[in-house]
Structure formats: structure tokens, C-alpha cells
Design a protein around this ligand. Structure first.
Ligand code: XIL
Length: 362
């Protein structure tokens, strides 16, 4: 046998011996498989028990939603699959906020929010637009404007964003969190520079920007009947009386183990009686972490109450502020708190998941 003819040492044109070539080939195949796996965003979601939440909600004539994060939808296949399978609406958690969408004046970055809208279309989901006029997550330049420029820039922002999503977003949180806990209008940059009229102005501008969209005022911590919700009630009652185009009020419903106030339904009813649609827009139930089984059961009962409260007022939609403890603002922003959503960090159902399913009638 001539040197080189032995197949086990055959080196051919690559100069590699056969065992080495086999190893390189195998490594190459593995790299291709791994690349494909990560390009798809990892493993498939484990199936969740029972009928999808969006299906059971639909039977009640209710939309069921979640906040979503563009980066997670992009990179995490299981997250993407569950968002699509379980929910009929999505609210971009951060990607439509002013800092994200107009980081410099007149310089719009719609890309990340467009991706969410595209995914929603593929999953046959509606998109709730969040949010146009809010004191938080503003780009620095907005806070530096004087009254005249701020009024103008706010109108331009509303027109540009609503105009861009005219076809895709049917509901907007036009003004977010305008009342402070002490029952006064919040001393936001808008309030300080423009006075209380900024609220009516935002709604009128929104109506001019999109004649068909449902225009919401969204509020935090106004679930019970208290100084804050009384002020909110007075505010929207006057807006309605003045013919300002407001269609609905969103109650965020961020809760903890204290549960929601016993008069939540009564409170929502008085807003509804003004002729407004009601939505629960950001529900979650934060727990002290690590949470024990008893706390997870208590959380499930609170989630059930949230669903029942929404049904009791024939709410338009119920949105959770995220669906996995691995991606929830509670664990990210509140020290010692977390575990606030329906699924754990590995996307496994917690007691709250089946509680919601049952409360929806599934
Ligand atoms: C939160 C997001 O969940 C976080 O990721 C972000 O860091 C801060 O904002 N009320 C609202 C939401 O209207 O936009 C907020 O979302 C939570 C409170």
C-alpha cells in the first residue's frame, strides 16, 4: 500500500488526516445545528395545560392580553410561542414609549415597535398602544422645552406615532397616570408647563390623528374608591361633559398579597356609568420572594378576583403585565418582590394560571 492510500490516514486536498476530517466535519454539523437552534430562539415551549386563555376569554366576549418585550419575542422562541398561543392582544411594555420611539425631537425610531406589531399580525392579535403622554420614560429633550415648544412637540409626537400605527393599533393609552396618590393632578412636566388643559389637548389631538382609535386614560393605583380615583372620576366626568373625545378608562391593577380593594368593581361601575369603556390594562400580583406554596395559592385567588372583577363590569379587555416571572418589571424594580405573573421563570404554569383559566370559564 502506498503511503496515503490507507483510508484511515488519507489526507486528500485538505491536508487533514481522515479522523481529523471526520472530527472537523462533525464539529461543523454541530455548529450549524446550534446556530439554527439559536436563530430560532432556542427550544419549543412546553405545552400549557387546558385550553389557551385567549380561547376561553373569547367565549366570554373578552380580549385577553399581555405586555410583551420586543427583544424577548425576537430571541426566545418559547416566549414567542406562548405569547402567540395564549393571548389575543399585546401591549408593547416599553417599545412604544416616548424615549424609545422619539429619542430626539422629530427623529423617530419605529423599528422595535414595528417588529412587535408584525408578530402580533402573524399571531392574529390586536395591539394596544402604550403610551403617548406620560411623565415617565421621557427622553431628556422633552423636559427641557418651554411651554410653547412642549405643546407643539406633544402634538407632533401624538400625530406621528398614531399616524404611523393607524392601520395596526386600535386602542391607545393617550394619557397615562395623570393623577398622583394624594388626589391632585400629578405635577408632571406637562402639568407644570401647560397646566391641566394638557389632558384635553392630548385627547383632541389623538382624535384628530386617528378618527377610529379608542382613546383611553390609563391610571395606576386607582382601583379602590379613594382620593386618587375620586380625582380621576372628576377629571374624566368633566372631560366627557366638555365633549373631549375620551372612550375609556384603564385600571392598571398592579397588585400584591393585599389583593385588590373590595370596592374595585363599584369603582369601575361609576366610571362605566359615565359612558366609558373599562379595561384592566397591567394586572400582576407581586409576591415577596422566594414565594412559598401558600403565597402562590393566595396569588391565584387574587388573579381569580381580577378576572371576576373585569367580567363583573363587562370590561373590554384584560391585560397582564407580562406572563413569565423571568421577564417582569416587579422583580426588576421592586426589591424583595417578584414572582408576579402566571408562569414561572421556566415558563411553567403556577397556580395562578389555572385559576385565570377557570375564572374565564375554561
Ligand atoms: C414599566 C415596565 O414594565 C418596565 O420594564 C419599565 O422599566 C418601567 O415601566 N405603569 C405603566 C407601565 O404604565 O408603562 C410601567 O411599565 C409600569 C407602571
Amino acid at each position: 500500500m502506498t503511503p496515503g492510500a490507507d483510508p484511515s490516514t488519507f489526507s486528500g486536498r485538505t491536508g487533514l488526516t481522515f479522523p481529523r476530517r471526520a472530527a472537523v466535519g462533525a464539529a461543523f454539523v454541530l455548529i450549524v445545528i446550534a446556530a439554527a437552534y439559536f436563530a430560532r430562539g432556542g427550544a419549543d415551549a412546553e405545552p400549557l395545560p387546558g385550553p389557551p386563555l385567549r380561547e376561553v376569554a373569547k367565549k366570554q366576549g373578552m380580549e385577553l392580553g399581555t405586555a410583551v418585550r420586543g427583544d424577548a419575542l425576537e430571541r426566545n422562541r418559547a416566549y414567542r410561542q406562548i405569547a402567540a398561543a395564549q393571548f389575543s392582544t399585546v401591549t408593547p411594555e416599553n417599545d412604544m414609549k416616548w424615549f424609545a420611539i422619539e429619542p430626539e425631537r422629530g427623529d423617530f425610531d419605529f423599528g422595535p415597535a414595528d417588529d412587535i406589531v408584525e408578530r402580533a399580525r402573524e399571531a392574529n392579535q390586536k395591539v394596544r398602544g402604550h403610551t403617548l403622554v406620560w411623565h415617565a420614560q421621557l427622553p431628556g429633550w422633552v423636559k427641557e422645552l418651554g411651554a410653547k415648544d412642549l405643546r407643539q412637540a406633544t402634538r407632533e409626537h401624538i400625530h406621528a406615532v398614531m399616524g404611523h400605527y393607524d392601520e395596526d393599533v386600535g386602542v391607545w393609552d393617550v394619557v397615562n397616570e395623570p393623577v398622583s396618590d394624594d388626589g391632585e393632578l400629578r405635577r408632571s412636566v406637562f402639568m407644570r408647563r401647560l397646566g391641566p388643559g394638557y389632558i384635553a389637548d392630548a385627547f383632541r389631538t389623538a382624535r384628530a390623528a386617528d378618527a377610529d382609535a379608542k382613546l383611553y386614560l390609563n391610571e395606576i393605583g386607582a382601583e379602590g374608591i379613594n382620593a386618587k380615583s375620586n380625582r380621576l372620576y372628576e377629571l374624566v366626568r368633566r372631560l366627557k361633559a366638555q365633549g373631549v373625545p375620551i372612550d375609556g378608562v384603564g385600571f392598571q391593577a398592579h397588585a400584591n398579597l393585599d389583593g385588590l380593594p373590595g370596592d374595585f368593581v363599584a369603582n369601575m361601575r361609576r366610571f362605566k356609568a359615565l359612558g366609558l369603556d373599562i379595561a384592566i390594562t397591567e394586572a400582576d400580583v407581586g409576591l415577596p420572594v422566594p414565594a412559598d406554596p401558600g403565597e402562590l395559592q393566595a396569588q391565584a385567588r387574587i388573579y381569580r378576583e381580577i378576572v371576576r372583577s373585569c367580567r363583573a363590569v363587562d370590561c373590554r379587555s384584560l391585560t397582564f403585565w407580562g406572563f413569565t416571572d423571568g421577564r417582569s418589571w416587579i422583580s426588576e424594580t421592586q426589591a424583595g418582590m417578584g414572582a408576579a405573573t402566571l408562569l414561572d421563570e421556566a415558563l411553567r404554569p403556577k397556580p395562578a394560571f389555572s385559576a385565570v383559566q377557570q375564572a374565564l370559564g375554561g
